[in-house]
Design a binder for this molecule. Structure first.
Ligand SMILES: O=P(O)(O)OP(=O)(O)OP(=O)(O)OC[C@H]1O[C@@H](n2cnc3c(O)ncnc32)[C@H](O)[C@@H]1O
Ligand SMILES: [Ca+2]
Length: 491
């Protein structure tokens, strides 16, 4: 006699098969219905026409989610060869031509079917601000040439313009906090420090400060349901190239034939032209009366003396507000952490000083020893680095430390809150992303309604519930239907 398995009745087999089919069907429908839609992307292009060079960035985001949950990421970047567009004041057509190579590459990078709907923006910063101050006709011509060149590409060109200093500072802050996911999550924000060639920006949220004390330094945002009261200031002429010109102008007031500059390495010697040095609105007013045509620029390599020279480019004597940074500019108390990018990063990275755990005192000691290193030794140690950059790292490092401590009032303690960064999660830190997010209304004022569960959680809950229901049905059949009870079958 063989006991037959009581589950092997036609009824249980049919119920089991139907049950399994039902569960598979239920889970499949739920997963398909709620699966993220096949990823199609949209694109936006921003040209950052800086004082020293132009860079192109292509951003990409999932097509279905452009106004709430989708992340915008940098897909591609291209460094335009040559100098910034403001350097083409005398040959404006060349400013337009200079953009062709990167633009042609963008045509390949963005899928063809998206070309016509991809917005293209050009924002110019301090180089064009200075050219506009000096010669507005020349700056208009440069813009005309650039616009003509950009209109020749298949994208949706949205115009070329000069950003105000407030915009440049505020959009840099938006970029850093967007990439760090601080805005969407309503987390404490991080400040943004941007050091360009011709201007520098500081932007941060400081609680309990009175906006009305200096309304021009205040920008208010409502992003993802949170209000932000941002302090921002852009110092024209305080980018590292113009600051160097100002420091040299201080040392050549009397029009000497030779200067011994503590911000350059011992043994450094270069003949420089007065006409080139004073060819900028940041210094032109200080031009000596009867200078020789050239002067010998020699180095002494002394950090402390270099700091004294650098301090002379700041004016600390007057402040009409409750507190100031420098040049009679209001600045509320520093607060929180800061991301320092562009030249802050390039310079501190070269000097191996980007580690946030390096104390300010150590930074100064390392700079002092770097500045004191003879020029021929520096050149030998770094054969691949552009000589112009190489010769200026001592000045630039000293300028950065002086700007942060004497200018913005960072102390040994608060200096530890500065992170020197180039990019965040693969996207470069800078104003361009924030500018595009703003112009495409990609950051909503109110928090988007998100589904209560993430997709994976939703699928798990549906699967587990279906399984539980199935087990429950089988158990109840087993308990309450007599035909399902275990019975010996006599064969
Ligand atoms: O914001 P503005 O003032 O318009 O200027 P920019 O946008 O052209 O300025 P960048 O941040 O691109 O660069 C800032 C400065 O850093 C310089 N720079 C770029 N790469 C560098 C490197 O690797 N080492 C040293 N300096 C560098 C560059 O020449 C500028 O003087
Ligand atoms: Ca810049």
């Amino acid at each position: 006699m063989k006991e037959k398995n009581p589950w092997h009745t036609p009824a249980t087999i049919i119920i089991t098969v139907i049950g399994v089919i039902a569960i598979v069907a239920l889970v499949t429908v739920a997963v398909l219905q709620n699966r993220p839609v096949l990823q199609k992307y949209k694109y936006g292009i921003v040209l950052d026409a800086g004082s020293s060079h132009t860079a192109l960035y292509i951003y990409e985001w999932p097509a279905e989610k452009d106004n709430n949950t989708g992340r915008v990421e940098q897909k591609y970047s291209c460094k335009v060869k040559g100098k910034g567009i403001s350097s083409y004041a005398n040959t404006p057509e060349k400013a337009g031509e200079s953009l062709n190579e990167c633009m042609q590459e963008s045509v390949k990078q963005v899928p063809k079917e998206r070309h016509h709907e991809t917005p293209l923006y050009l924002g110019a910063t301090a180089g064009m601000r200075l050219l506009n101050l000096e010669n507005s006709l020349a700056s208009d011509k440069v813009f005309q040439a650039v616009e003509k060149a950009l209109q020749g590409f298949p994208f949706s060109f949205q115009g070329a313009r000069i950003l105000s200093g407030q915009e440049e500072g505020a959009f840099g802050w938006v970029t850093v906090n967007y990439l760090d996911d601080r805005l969407k999550q309503g987390l404490e924000t991080t400040g943004a420090l941007d050091l360009g060639g011709a201007s520098t920006q500081i932007s941060f949220v400081s609680d309990n400060y009175d906006i009305s004390e200096s309304p021009s330094n205040s920008v208010t945002f409502r992003l993802y349901g949170n209000d932000y009261n941002l302090y921002t200031h852009s110092f024209l002429c305080y980018g590292k190239d113009q600051a160097l010109l100002m420091a040299l102008a201080h040392q050549t007031k009397s029009g000497p034939k030779t200067i011994v500059d503590p911000c350059f390495h011992p043994g450094y010697l270069e003949q420089k032209q007065y006409s080139v040095l004073y060819d900028s609105p940041c210094v032109s007013a200080r031009k000596p009366q009867n200078p020789t045509t050239t002067f010998s620029h020699t180095g002494a390599g002394n950090f402390t003396q270099c700091q004294d020279v650098v301090k002379k480019v700041f004016n600390f004597t007057s402040c009409q507000y409750s507190r100031c940074s420098f040049n009679d500019v209001f600045q509320p108390p520093l607060q929180g952490t800061y991301g320092a990018f562009s030249a802050y990063y390039f310079v501190m990275d070269f000097l191996n000083l980007t580690d946030a755990s390096t104390p300010l005192e150590t930074v100064k000691q390392k700079l002092a020893s770097y500045c004191a290193t003879p020029w021929n030794q520096i050149v030998q140690q770094h054969p691949t680095i552009k000589v112009k950059y190489l010769s200026e790292y001592c000045f630039s490092g000293t300028y950065i430390v002086t700007l942060l401590t004497e200018g913005y009032n960072f102390t040994s303690e608060s200096y530890a809150n500065i992170n020197f960064i180039k990019e965040i999660k693969g996207s470069d830190a800078g104003w361009t992303l924030g500018y595009m997010l703003n112009l495409t209304n990609m950051i909503p004022a109110e928090a988007p309604d998100l589904p209560p569960l993430p997709h994976a959680g939703y699928v798990s809950v549906v699967t587990i519930t279906a399984l539980l229901l199935f087990v429950l049905v089988i158990l109840s059949l087993f308990c309450f239907c007599p035909g399902f009870k275990k019975q010996p079958h006599i064969v």
